[in-house]
Design a protein around this ligand. Structure first.
Ligand SMILES: Cc1cc2nc3c(=O)[nH]c(=O)nc-3n(C[C@H](O)[C@H](O)[C@H](O)COP(=O)(O)OP(=O)(O)OC[C@H]3O[C@@H](n4cnc5c(N)ncnc54)[C@H](O)[C@@H]3O)c2cc1C
Length: 358
């Protein structure tokens, strides 16, 4: 008998399982081999001032502290670095962004996130910046596929990973326990990404899945040092330098499709964006295009908690475009809720949608 079954070995299910097992719980993660994994496609960028208005969440410093401690702890365990801090150059791409930026330097809470601003056409990186911009600190990225491979291995060592597609009709969730084939558990946590929107238990929550395409590029052999960025560049598109002369370029947003196949249009749109971003775009060549579906929500807040009438069914989901930044901290909150019923942050607690249940 398990304490918890967890559906999904994306970043959410993996970190939650890792914490629960470390707290002494018996857990089994069920995953279909990352068939619809947003985490395996994502660039893993951490950006505390997201969006064109550069807004920040009130808990941003808690999130960043959990990012540092969680990924560092895992890196020590794996003897492999997962988290990379890299400054970000924010390039204004509309005149109104000057006004949004002007509000920032006066805010003591985010002083450590801001480097200086730079005037039009004077960026410190080989990029085109006709409207100027500013530098951000405490940004970076997580090597998500490497982290998830390590955690899959770790879960297997703990007899805590089973590869299978979970069909909802094969799950029996009563007031006392959960049964799935021969597996029995005291509860089940759905970390199944956007596919939770089809769940008989959590389909009532307002998911707003956001499909995205992303490219991997490599620098050509004739590229010389300094001709391509070594910081994250974030304008209308963003470019992330990763290991061994490789780059990620992203990403599109599409609320109409849930296709995991990249398209020619998506690739072309991103490459055009890159041409407008870089001084030397001809030095990069395309390696591959990928697509995934972000488990986004209509109020842009995650979904954490327990089903209002089915006390053994829980959800830990809805991290949208910011899973790398948010999941470390929210997985701690979710453990406290599951183990001690310590209240969840109100903005994330699915109790806010209690009236939506039929
Ligand atoms: C193009 C793109 C770029 C992105 N870039 C970033 C970024 O730079 N930074 C960032 O923080 N976030 C980014 N994201 C978002 C990020 O991927 C998510 O926030 C996060 O990874 C979600 O993790 P998750 O574990 O909730 O979901 P997922 O990673 O989707 O994991 C769900 C898992 O459950 C499995 N599953 C689902 N249903 C079942 C079932 N019935 N049975 C068995 N298994 C099942 C799936 O196959 C999958 O393995 C990006 C996403 C996309 C698509």
């Amino acid at each position: 008998m398990y304490d918890y079954l967890i559906v999904g070995q994306g970043l959410a299910g993996s970190l939650l399982a890792w914490r629960l097992i470390n707290l002494g719980k018996k857990v089994l993660v069920l995953d279909d081999g990352h068939t619809s994994s947003s985490s395996m496609v994502a660039a893993g960028v951490i950006n505390p001032l997201a969006g064109k208005r550069f807004n920040h969440a009130p808990q941003i410093h808690d999130w960043l502290e959990a990012v540092e401690t969680t990924y560092t702890h895992l890196a020590q365990q794996a003897k492999e670095p997962f988290l990379q801090w890299v400054d970000m150059l924010r390039l204004f791409h509309s005149p109104e962004q000057h006004h949004f930026y002007a509000r920032l330097p006066g805010q003591a809470a985010i002083a450590d996130l801001l480097g200086g601003s730079f005037p039009p056409d004077e960026p410190s990186q080989p990029v085109q910046a006709p409207l100027g911009g500013f530098t951000q600190h405490r940004t970076g990225y997580v090597r998500l596929p490497a982290l998830l491979h390590f955690l899959a291995h770790w879960l297997r060592e703990h007899q805590a990973l089973h590869i299978a597609t979970v069909n909802h009709e094969d799950l029996e969730i009563s007031a006392e326990r959960v049964c799935y084939g021969s597996f029995q558990a005291g509860g089940i946590v759905f970390c199944d990404g956007y596919r939770s929107m089809h769940s008989p238990w959590f389909g009532y929550l307002p998911f707003a899945p956001d499909q995205g395409e992303i490219l991997t590029l490599t620098q050509k052999p004739n590229a010389r040092p300094g001709q391509l960025p070594n910081k994250i560049i974030n304008g209308a598109e963003w470019l992330l330098p990763i290991d061994d002369g490789m780059f990620r370029l992203g990403s599109t947003h599409n609320h109409q499709t849930r296709d995991h196949q990249p398209t020619k249009e998506g690739t072309n749109k991103l490459l055009q964006g890159m041409n407008a971003l870089l001084k030397n775009p001809q030095l990069l060549e395309l390696v591959r295009s990928e697509a995934g579906v972000r488990p986004a929500t209509s109020d842009r807040q995650p979904f954490l908690g327990t089903h209002p009438t089915c006390p053994k069914a829980h959800i830990f989901n809805g991290f949208g475009a910011h899973g790398s930044l948010m999941i470390p901290w929210y997985s701690e909150q979710m453990c406290r809720w599951l183990m001690r019923r310590q209240p969840l942050p109100e903005t994330a607690d699915i109790a806010r949608y209690r009236d939506k249940i039929a």
